[in-house]
Design a binder for this molecule. Structure first.
Ligand SMILES: NC(=O)c1ccc[n+]([C@@H]2O[C@H](COP(=O)([O-])OP(=O)(O)OC[C@H]3O[C@@H](n4cnc5c(N)ncnc54)[C@H](O)[C@@H]3O)[C@@H](O)[C@H]2O)c1
Ligand SMILES: O=P(O)(O)OC[C@@H](O)[C@@H](O)[C@H](O)[C@H](O)CO
Length: 490
């Protein structure tokens, strides 16, 4: 497991399938109990705190599932979402995940000694549900391109999932790779000069997530070219289409045969993903330690709610994620817009405006009547551009308020604020553009944009130029934003 701990060879085996996921408490969405304390299972509560790994916590005794899913971006959200769905549905132990970190090896260092096991705490308003998730079978530093190449070249690897953050895609304004980014430029140079032959033996040191992915997929093509699905799970609009365009651009740098194979055999699946998952704190680790009797360096705290909407082909198969509630639809866009514009848009508004009003968490900020009103106005503007049918927007909005008000999920505004420039583009700008096109002033959208302009300390037009050059040409909107800079929230 992982570069930094015991290295687990990844050969596929004919041994019996891996472990059935085991619940140590309430399964997901089950009613929570005992506020403030995880649901306890007498089998694991022990006065002696033990390390968490497959020996101390053997589940049903079967070994790890074969790694057939590769994940890039081993953060909290992946563990609360895709790893959880896979764990819940993989009763036969057929779908292990080999996960790679993005920028720092920390998560691999934590999960390595735990054989990939971690505790997922589902923290509802009334109590916690606890589950040890077993679906991650390898955890690696993302710099281990050799291991990534070996996994992707293996024909039984069927799916690649991504949670590398919006910024991690390193996109230019036209949606292609940002060639002005030195890391992208270095990877492009590397892709143009890939050595012939076995890429695993001399793995090129690509540095960006998508550069590494292209190297790995090229190794797969050279190894026989079994088709594969790539499933971005980040908060980007049209994430499958977008990733496909970038991968094809990068593949073209390798050569025409590579580009043609990517076009025909790499299926990019679009997704809308939802589960509010804040960063784990030391207090969370201590609570898990006390309540489960296991010393888990990498527990994840999440809300009971979860959603996953997907659209696209899985040519080499996939886990039956629908058995845990995932939905496979023809068009993900309405779901994606609803989620990005309402949930994420409100998050970004609260993160921009909340700190100046003394708030540090989403729950505090949504409890502030002025901010709540600003959120409702933003939602009114967004709702006009969402389909009236099929999305049950009043219920969705009401549920969002409840989720935001869950003060037991300590979702820090400063975490949401990271990379706000990238987030505004997907969360607020499209609504502002649609409102302006409809002849309205987009005044609710202008509020978070003005707060961002204030933080940048630059003229509104310059900030808008970076967010959306066309919107920056809209003199009325620019003037409105400028007039709101520094103004109190109405
Ligand atoms: N946390 C949530 O509530 C949530 C919910 C829905 C979707 N998401 C999506 O998942 C993403 C990750 O969220 P998280 O909570 O796991 O964050 P996290 O900080 O726990 O993990 C982020 C992961 O991405 C990697 N990464 C960061 N910057 C990168 C870069 N520039 N290039 C490559 N890899 C990079 C990190 O190394 C880490 O592995 C979010 O940005 C969002 O797009 C998160
Ligand atoms: O994860 P980010 O940084 O893209 O955005 C912060 C939050 O808005 C986001 O994580 C939400 O909590 C999440 O999208 C809910 O499903």
């Amino acid at each position: 497991m992982g570069q930094t701990a015991r290295a687990r060879p990844c050969e596929r085996t004919d041994t019996p399938p891996g472990p059935v996921s085991d619940s140590l408490g309430s399964p997901a969405r089950a009613p929570a109990t005992s506020p403030g304390r995880p649901t306890e299972d007498s089998a694991i509560v022990n006065s002696h705190v033990r390390p968490l790994n497959r020996s101390t916590h053997p589940g049903d005794g079967r070994g790890p599932a074969p790694a057939r899913i590769v994940h890039l971006g081993l953060g909290a959200f992946h563990r609360a979402h895709q790893a959880w769905y896979t764990d819940v549905v993989d009763a036969a132990g057929e779908w292990g995940i080999a996960a790679f970190t993005g920028r720092s090896p920390a998560a691999a260092e934590e999960l390595g000694p735990q054989d990939g096991l971690f505790t997922l705490v589902e923290r509802g308003g009334g109590g916690d549900g606890v589950r040890v998730v077993r679906s991650i079978v390898e955890a690696w530093d993302g710099a281990r391109v050799d291991r990534l190449v070996a996994l992707l070249a293996h024909p039984e690897t069927a799916v690649v999932t991504l949670t590398i953050t919006e910024a991690g895609y390193r996109l230019a304004a036209d949606g292609g790779p940002d060639l002005t980014d030195p890391a992208v430029a270095a990877d492009v140079a590397l892709l143009r000069a890939l050595p012939d032959g076995d890429l695993a033996a001399h793995a090129p040191a690509a540095v960006t997530a998508l550069g590494r992915l292209v190297v790995g997929l090229e190794a797969r093509r050279r190894a026989g070219g079994a088709p594969i699905a790539v499933v971005p799970c980040d908060n980007l609009a049209s994430n499958g289409r977008l990733v496909r365009a970038v991968l094809l651009r990068l593949a073209a740098e390798v050569g025409p045969e590579t580009e043609a194979w990517f076009a025909s055999d790499v299926s990019c699946v679009s997704t809308s993903v939802d589960r509010i998952t804040p960063r784990t704190t030391d207090a969370d680790r201590e609570l898990v330690r006390q309540s489960t009797g296991f010393d888990d360096a990498a527990p994840v705290i999440t809300e009971p709610f979860t959603d996953w909407v997907l659209s696209g082909d899985f040519p080499a198969g996939r886990p039956a994620w629908e058995q845990a509630g995932a939905r496979f639809v023809a068009d993900v866009e309405p779901f994606e817009r609803r989620k990005l514009w309402l949930l994420n848009g409100a998050h970004t508004l609260l993160a921009l405006l909340g700190p100046a009003r003394g708030h540090t968490t989403v729950a505090q900020a949504i409890g502030d009547p002025a901010l709540r009103a600003a959120v409702e106005r933003l939602w009114d503007e967004a709702q006009r551009h969402l389909p009236a049918e099929g999305l049950d927007l009043p219920a969705y909005r009401a549920a969002l308020v409840e989720r935001f008000e869950n003060s037991r999920i300590e979702h820090l505004l400063e975490q949401i604020l990271l990379d706000t420039d990238k987030k505004l583009v997907y969360r607020i700008v499209p609504v502002a553009v649609a409102e302006r096109a409809a002849g309205r002033d987009a005044s609710a959208c202008a509020v978070p944009v003005a707060a961002w302009v204030e933080r940048q300390g630059e003229p509104a037009v310059d900030v808008l130029e970076r967010l959306d050059p066309a919107l920056a040409q809209d003199e009325q909107f620019v003037a409105l934003v400028e007039s709101l800079v520094g103004a109190p929230v109405a």
